[in-house]
Design a protein around this ligand. Sequence first.
Ligand SMILES: Nc1ncnc2c1ncn2[C@@H]1O[C@H](COP(=O)(O)OP(=O)(O)O)[C@@H](O)[C@H]1O
Ligand SMILES: [Mg+2]
Length: 234
Amino acid sequence: MIVELRDVEVTYAHRKIITGLSKEFKEGVYVIIGHNGAGKTTLLKTIAGIVKPNRGMVLVDGVNIVKASRREAAKLVGYVWQNPYYGFVEPRVIDELSLILRLTGLKGEWGIVELLIGPELYYRNPFTLSGGEAKKVSIASVLIADQPVWLLDEPFDYLDGEGVRAVMKLISYGRQRNKVIIVATVNIGFINALRPDLVIVMRRGSIVHEALYHELSEAVLNDNNVPPRDLLCG
Ligand SMILES: Nc1ncnc2c1ncn2[C@@H]1O[C@H](COP(=O)(O)OP(=O)(O)O)[C@@H](O)[C@H]1O
Ligand SMILES: [Mg+2]
């Protein structure tokens, strides 16, 4: 399984947001950091086929995601919104969980759901959930399809310590199952626990730096307007 971006350019209202980016993501865990507006979310949405590039190619396991149907793309790539409420369309959590299974025709991996939420939430209206509950439901309702590629946009937002641990467990589970997992975050405090294979620094729509976490220098982190590691990591 390889996610391959070839010379991808994304423009919003004549402004270049992703500027000719090429990169291969193999099985493993990647963390993309970078200041607000660097283009992290746009990059994830482009890999998911939600945002169409005006130039370049995105191949997921050889499938051109730009031309793929919604169904085909959803089977390959799970994109979890930063804001959990954006994705909700159903009246009950249980319907939210089965929506992607109806779309893709997959049977679903309920073990993924169980890592995040219990059945006591199944009959709740998703819009009445607390931020943390909603975040876990939104992650579960996308990744239940057990796609080979998981894109997590600020997955630790809204979560308490227990929620963060649940998401860390989920990521370990995905890593063991050889998925391509890309986490976008401004919060480098979670990187130590994630133990990513690679940290990617984005700036103004480009990748400006790549390193193993322990190789990332303070200067690079500060330069990219992410809080210094000593403020966030114990
Ligand atoms: N639909 C859109 N229309 C216009 N500009 C957008 C749209 N989505 C994002 N942007 C702009 O693109 C830039 C990159 O945004 P984003 O990818 O969300 O960055 P990040 O996730 O790194 O904070 C920002 O300046 C943002 O305001
Ligand atoms: Mg973002």
